[in-house]
Design a protein around this ligand. Structure first.
Ligand SMILES: Cc1cc2nc3c(=O)[nH]c(=O)nc-3n(C[C@H](O)[C@H](O)[C@H](O)COP(=O)(O)OP(=O)(O)OC[C@H]3O[C@@H](n4cnc5c(N)ncnc54)[C@H](O)[C@@H]3O)c2cc1C
Length: 385
C-alpha cells in the first residue's frame, strides 16, 4: 500500500477513471483533473430535461467486447441491459440494412438470392483487374464492384474523411465489407450492452473511492506538476507539448440537435450514403435505451469536418503526414520523465471503450510492477505508431 504518494491523472474519461481506480485501491492518492464540467469524457451521457431521454452527448456509444475480464469489470460498476446495434442506411431514396448483407444485396438488385448465389453474383461484380489495390476506392471496387461501392461506401466515406476515397489508403477497408447472410447485428462480439443509467453514472461509480479526488473545469498545466510520483496524461499528445511540432490532424463532429414528438426514424442510427446529403447519419437517442418509454425524442444530425483549434478532436486522421508527425511526438514523449500517455488522445489512436479499459488496467498493473521493482515507467505502454 502506498500511503501519501500522489498521482496526477489528466482526464476523467474511461482511461483516467480506470487507472485512477486501480491505483486508489492500492493506496495511492489520486488527483484527477478534467477541463470539462463532467466526468466520462466522450462517453458522457445525460438525460435531456424536457423529454428525459438519455442522450449520448458526444455521439452514440455501444459497449461490445470479447474480453470477459473487461465485461466483468464494467458490470461491477453498472447494470448492462441487452442492446444490439442495428444500423440502417438511406441511399438513392431507399432504406437498406447495414452492414451490407444478404437483405441489402437482394433489395438493391431486386433478387431473391440464397447465400451462395449472392456470393457468386457479388464475385462477378468485383473488379478483379485491380491486382494490388492501393486506395480505399480500389479496395472497395475489388471487393464489391462499382454499384455497391457507390451506394454504400463512397459518399459516406467522402463525408466522414473529407476527401475522395481514391485518396485514402486501402488499409482502411481491411476485409470484405459484405455478409452473405441476414445477420444485421453490427458487432460480432460475444458481449454487448448498454449501461442502464448511462455511461456517466458508471464512470462516477468507478471514481467513487476515498483515495480519488476529481477536479472538473480545470485544464492541466505542465508547470503545476511538482510533488506527484507520476502523471498519466489522457489529453491530446500534441496538446501536452503545446503543439510545438504542429497539430496532429483530427476529424471533428458538429451535432445539429433537434427534437420530435413520437418516433422520428424508428431506429437508433440511420446513415445517409448519398454525397448530396451533407450529414453522415442521424442518431435518435431514445432507441439506445429500448427498455425505456418516452413520448418525445432527441435526435442528432452528424456533420464531420476537419478539426480546428478549439474544436473537440474525435477521429485521428493517421495518414502519412500525421504518422510522421506522430513519430516525432512519440520521440519527444519518450524523453519526458514521469509521464505516461494513455487513451485515445494521449496515444492518437481510435480505441473502442473495451480496448481503452483493457489498456488502462494494463497500464496501472505495469506501473505498480515497475514501482515495486524500482524501474521507470515508459511514456507509452503500447507504441502509438
Ligand atoms: C463519435 C464516437 C463514437 C464512438 N462510439 C463508440 C462505440 O460505439 N463503442 C465503443 O466501444 N467506443 C466508441 N467510441 C470510442 C470511445 O469514445 C473511447 O473509447 C473513449 O472515449 C476513450 O476514453 P479516454 O478516456 O481515452 O478519452 P476521452 O473520453 O476523450 O477522455 C479524455 C478526457 O480528457 C480531458 N482532457 C483533455 N485534455 C485535457 C487537459 N489539457 N486538461 C484537463 N483535461 C483534459 C477531456 O476533457 C476528456 O474528458 C466512440 C468514439 C467517438 C469519437
Amino acid at each position: 500500500m502506498r500511503n501519501g504518494e500522489r498521482i496526477l491523472i489528466v482526464g476523467a474519461g474511461l482511461s483516467g477513471a480506470v487507472i485512477g481506480r486501480a491505483l486508489a485501491q492500492e493506496g495511492w492518492r489520486v488527483e484527477i483533473v478534467d477541463a470539462r464540467a463532467h466526468v466520462a469524457g466522450n462517453c458522457h451521457t445525460e438525460r435531456d430535461a424536457a423529454t428525459s431521454v438519455m442522450v449520448h452527448v458526444y455521439g452514440p456509444h455501444i459497449f461490445h467486447t470479447d474480453d470477459a475480464e473487461i465485461w466483468a469489470y464494467v458490470n461491477g460498476f453498472a447494470t448492462f441491459l441487452p442492446y444490439k446495434n442495428r444500423v440502417k442506411t438511406t441511399s438513392g431514396g431507399q432504406v437498406y440494412s447495414l452492414p451490407v448483407n444478404l437483405h441489402t444485396i437482394n433489395q438493391f438488385f431486386g433478387k431473391c438470392f440464397r447465400p451462395d448465389e449472392a456470393r457468386a453474383f457479388v464475385d462477378g461484380l468485383a473488379d478483379r483487374t485491380i491486382a494490388d489495390p492501393r486506395t480505399f476506392e480500389e479496395q472497395a471496387l475489388r471487393f464489391v464492384g462499382r454499384d455497391l461501392y457507390e451506394a454504400f461506401f463512397k459518399g459516406y466515406t467522402q463525408k466522414q474523411w473529407g476527401c475522395d476515397p481514391a485518396e485514402l489508403p486501402a488499409s482502411i477497408l481491411k476485409r470484405l465489407p459484405v455478409r452473405f447472410n441476414y445477420e444485421d447485428n453490427y458487432f460480432f462480439h460475444r458481449y454487448q450492452g448498454m449501461p442502464e443509467h448511462g455511461y456517466t453514472a458508471m464512470v462516477e461509480r468507478i471514481l467513487d473511492h476515498p483515495n480519488i479526488r476529481v477536479t472538473l473545469e480545470t485544464r492541466f498545466r505542465r508547470e503545476e506538476t511538482d510533488g506527484f510520483a507520476h502523471i498519466f496524461h489522457s489529453g491530446p499528445l500534441d496538446g501536452y507539448f503545446d503543439y510545438e511540432l504542429g497539430r496532429l490532424g483530427y476529424r471533428t463532429l458538429d451535432f445539429e440537435r433537434f427534437t420530435h414528438d413520437g418516433d422520428y426514424q424508428g431506429c437508433a442510427v440511420m446513415n445517409y450514403g448519398d454525397a448530396s446529403v451533407p450529414y453522415t447519419r442521424i442518431t435518435e437517442h431514445k432507441h439506445f435505451s429500448p427498455w425505456e418509454t418516452h413520448e418525445g425524442s432527441v435526435c442528432y444530425r452528424e456533420f464531420p469536418r476537419a478539426c480546428e483549434p478549439g474544436d473537440i478532436p474525435y477521429y485521428p486522421v493517421r495518414l502519412v503526414k500525421e504518422k510522421a508527425q506522430l513519430a516525432d511526438y512519440a520521440r519527444r514523449a519518450e524523453r519526458e520523465k514521469g509521464v505516461t500517455f494513455v487513451g485515445r488522445l494521449g496515444t492518437y489512436r481510435y480505441l473502442d471503450m473495451d480496448v481503452t479499459i483493457r489498456e488502462a488496467l494494463d497500464t496501472a498493473r505495469l506501473f505498480m510492477e515497475r514501482r515495486a521493482a524500482g524501474a521507470a515507467m515508459p511514456a507509452f505502454i503500447k507504441s502509438p505508431l
